[in-house]
Design a protein around this ligand. Structure first.
Ligand SMILES: Cc1cc2nc3c(=O)[nH]c(=O)nc-3n(C[C@H](O)[C@H](O)[C@H](O)COP(=O)(O)OP(=O)(O)OC[C@H]3O[C@@H](n4cnc5c(N)ncnc54)[C@H](O)[C@@H]3O)c2cc1C
Length: 269
């Protein structure tokens, strides 16, 4: 199948993106790496009248250490995240995304905006309490990652807004674990452990429509409980649904094990 016809605009600045999206009045789409959007267009599941290509906009491809954390431009490709050494958690998570071709094209902004519940980068963003800066007609605004993800493939972005960068805080400790059937497949379950300003956050992907904080597990850890007790709490508190890939008890068991492994990765026993 071929895409429905569309007008193609190669934007030279973020302001131009916002202007073109505004003029399209809800019928425009940003084209970044195209790894999620193009298949959707090819299947005609979306038929935007305007595609705004953001790939040539300068200034959105940097990875900058800031206050012990890192600021990542929206156009940073997954492959660059794998290679960078400023924020090892992002390098580890990006390594699990798809295959080489996908990591070479796919971008930070695209992955966050696409908000796939099984994708790695949204879980890392929510799990580290990252801040997402968004450009729109009235300038820039910054939101916590957890406020951005509304449901599967749904965010609080307006139709004329663009993610421009994501800021990840300094981490005292971090851990990552993922289970997928084959390397490169979307995750069945991803677990991210991040200690931010002394508080350990446990966040899961693949067990709900958005990244899910395992708050009971976090409370167990805050009370001095063991990693095993926290993993059991996480497994209990989530509400996964059954699908082709597994039953509810299977996902609970995998989630518990991924939390245990991510905690071990963070040095929490
Ligand atoms: C075979 C295959 C396997 C994959 N496996 C994985 C995987 O294991 N894990 C994983 O996480 N992902 C996986 N992906 C998806 C991949 O990571 C994509 O790169 C990513 O989801 C979207 O990034 P993109 O830059 O390609 O965005 P695009 O496809 O260009 O855009 C995706 C959506 O985001 C919007 N958008 C893009 N950039 C912005 C922005 N800056 N601001 C606002 N909106 C924006 C677009 O309008 C569109 O709606 C896979 C894809 C394929 C084809």
């Amino acid at each position: 199948m071929k895409c429905a016809p569309f007008e193609y605009v190669r934007a030279g600045s973020v302001d131009e993106v916002v202007k073109v999206l505004g003029e399209a009045d809800g019928d425009g789409k940003i084209l970044a790496g195209g790894q999620s959007l193009v298949p959707v267009l090819a299947l005609r599941m979306a038929r935007p009248s305007v595609l705004v290509d953001v790939n040539r906009i300068p200034g959105l491809s940097s990875i900058r250490p800031v206050d012990g954390g890192v600021e990542v431009g929206a156009l940073v490709r997954h492959s660059r995240l794998v290679e960078q050494t400023h924020y090892p958690l992002l390098a580890e998570a990006a390594r699990w995304i798809g295959h080489t071709a996908i990591r070479t094209r796919g971008t930070m902004g695209g992955s966050i905006a696409h908000a796939d519940p099984a994708a790695e980068l949204p879980v890392v963003a929510a799990g580290t309490d990252a801040r997402i800066t968004i450009a729109g007609p009235s300038g820039e605004r910054t939101v916590a990652a957890e406020e951005l993800f509304l449901s599967a493939l749904m965010t609080s972005l307006d139709e004329d807004e663009m993610i421009v960068r994501v800021r990840y805080p300094a981490l005292d400790r971090w851990g990552f674990a993922e289970f997928s059937r084959r390397h490169g497949d979307f995750a069945l379950v991803t677990a991210v452990v991040a200690t931010v300003a002394g508080q350990t956050r446990v966040t899961l992907g693949g067990v709900g429509a958005v990244p899910v904080r395992a708050t009971h597990a976090e409370q167990v850890l805050a009370r001095g409980g063991t990693a095993g007790e926290a993993a059991a709490a996480a497994s209990e508190e989530i509400e996964p649904t059954a699908d082709l890939h597994g039953t509810v008890p299977f996902r609970r068991a995998i989630a518990g094990e991924m939390v245990r492994r991510a905690l071990a990765d963070a040095g929490i026993e």
